[in-house]
Ligand binder design. Structure first.
Ligand code: ATP
Length: 510
């Protein structure tokens, strides 16, 4: 009797869901390519806020336009087409909040928004009670009529990622996207002050172990000479500098044109770095906040970024043991931030270009520009905040609910781990349609039992399949669509450590 009741409730639930569906998709437009196979390109424009998806993954407009143009050139687009003029050719259609610069996406803070509230602030007609009653019914219905969907648990996970992301189109409708970069950041001007945000305090002038004035910095960087320049990021330019006592440091100089908007980012990085002391995190040594200059002085990490190594730009290709050790280092750094720092810190921008390597190939996590303190009260599970991070690494649950937890870093770490093992970036537009979203491609290969085919081809050694299955399995678990399915960073570090022991044993065995 209970089973029949549950089935009926499940049926009602599905009917209600079907009633809701036009609402979910009315804000967006699904452009489906039939001739070119694979890609589902989705565009959403709700109240002037645009969102672009490829295969369910939020991408920036540039990437979206590339895909759209490719499909158009190949006469692939044949459903819900928004016009070939859209991507930059017809100004009347591109009259949206696109701007140049690092920020590619803005999202209003929706403090205390419940996942069941819809984009207009109305309560969804699907109440938690209905979900609770209907859930088991759906499960039974699904088992009875859609048995293939239960083929394997892993397979289901991979599909869930995509559908969840597509559905998130509804709940992230207040997003605006900029086209020139893949980094996502909210406008500080639109964020109400919140107690957990970092702020510049007078105490900061005493931070760090290095005290420099502007003329000393100018001398150390050869007056910010281009020859001393070692990198350029959204925040500004990074210089290598030698201090009078011979110590070599990195100096980040804020770009003047982004000065005001980046002020919050700058101050968060300074205050945050000052609290941190861990061998896998880049150490803050000092800062200068004078007149029109904002400078951060950190330890210099001499061996480039992880991404440069994966791209082969630094000569020797990383071997498997180095990749394993780098993964462990990053896991330790994040464990420290989540568990052992004075206050819990969520990095929010874990990615290969933010991992710096030492000469002995140990990793240090850098760039705290987007970091935030975790929940202050022990009964708080998350903080509600704007979405910030980098496309491809962003936790889909955070994007959908605006709820930030340390598990968002775990998701990014999962994407990073796949990047480390395969050498591929999270999104690679030049690849065949079914390989462009690396995570999706990896899910499929993993489910099909083809882990060997995923390993970075530039890595020459042959790694035991069992070890690879464990590594990819862990990465996929970290990148689970629902945060409760992801392990915490401490457990990830322990699992990686155990995998390394297995690996060393397998090497010894020959
Ligand atoms: N402490 C450091 N030691 C050595 N090189 C560094 C250091 N910090 C940054 N760099 C170099 O400078 C580059 C730019 O760094 P930065 O953190 O400003 O930007 P990013 O992380 O690459 O980009 P974005 O901030 O837009 O994500 C890095 O890619 C790296 O090559």
């Amino acid at each position: 009797m209970e089973v029949i009741g549950s089935i009926m409730a499940g049926t009602v639930f599905i009917l209600l869901l079907l009633v809701q569906l036009p609402r979910i998709f009315s804000a967006g437009l699904v452009i489906e390519s039939k001739i070119c196979g694979g890609d589902l390109i989705t565009y959403s424009n709700s109240y002037g806020h645009e969102l672009f998806y490829i295969d369910g993954y939020l991408v920036d407009k540039e990437l979206f336009c590339k895909a759209l143009k490719f499909h158009h050139e190949n006469h692939c687009v044949n459903e819900g087409y928004i016009g070939s003029n859209y991507c930059g050719l017809d100004p009347s259609l591109v009259d949206s909040p696109f701007k140049t610069g690092r920020k590619v996406l803005q999202k209003e803070v929706r403090e205390e928004t419940t996942p069941l509230d819809n984009e207009h602030g109305h309560k969804s007609i699907l109440t938690p009670k209905m979900v609770a009653i209907g859930g088991p019914g759906i499960l039974i219905l699904c088992c009875s009529f859609l048995c293939p969907c239960f083929r394997t648990r892993r397979k289901e996970t991979s599909h869930t990622v995509l559908s969840k992301d597509l559905n998130s189109m509804d709940s992230v409708s207040s997003l605006g996207m900029h086209s020139s970069s893949e980094k996502i950041m909210g406008s500080p001007l639109r964020v109400p002050p919140s107690p957990s945000r970092f702020s510049m305090s007078p105490k900061l002038s005493r931070l760090g172990s290095i005290h420099l004035n502007l003329s000393q910095v100018a001398r150390a960087t050869n007056n910010f000479s281009p020859s001393q320049q070692i990198g350029e990021g959204g925040f500004g330019t990074v210089y290598k500098a030698q201090l009078q006592d011979g110590q070599v440091v990195a100096i980040k100089r804020a770009k003047k044109e982004h000065f005001e908007t980046l002020r919050t980012e700058f101050s968060s990085e300074v205050e945050l770095l000052a609290k941190i002391d861990h061998r896998n995190l880049v150490k803050l040594l000092g800062y200068v906040d004078k007149g029109n200059e904002r400078l951060i002085i950190t330890e210099y990490v001499p061996n480039g970024t992880l991404r440069e190594h994966l791209d082969g730009q630094r000569g020797k290709i990383l071997d498997f043991n180095q990749r394993l050790e780098i993964s462990i280092d990053v896991a330790h750094a994040l464990t420290y931030l989540h568990l052992y720092a004075e206050k819990q810190i969520i990095h929010r921008d874990v990615k290969s270009s933010n991992i710096l390597l030492t000469e002995s190939y140990r990793a240090k996590v850098a760039d705290f520009g987007f970091a935030r303190f975790g929940p202050v009260d022990s009964d708080q599970t998350h903080i509600s905040t704007k979405v910030k991070g980098t496309v491809g690494y962003l936790d889909p649950e955070y994007m959908r609910t605006y709820q930030l937890t340390p598990k968002s870093d775990v998701y990014s770490f999962g994407v990073l781990l796949i990047e480390i093992l395969t050498g591929r970036r999270p999104v690679e537009m030049r690849r065949a349609a079914d390989e462009r979203v690396t995570l999706r491609w990896a899910f499929k290969k993993y489910n099909d039992g083809n882990v060997m085919e995923m390993v970075d081809p530039s890595m020459e050694e042959v790694v035991d399949a069992e070890i690879l299955v464990k590594m990819f399995g862990l990465a996929i678990q970290c990148a689970a669509p629902i945060r409760s399915d992801r392990p915490d960073m401490k457990s990830v570090g322990e699992q990686l450590w155990a995998i390394r022991m297995d690996y060393l044993r397998s090497v010894k065995r020959g």
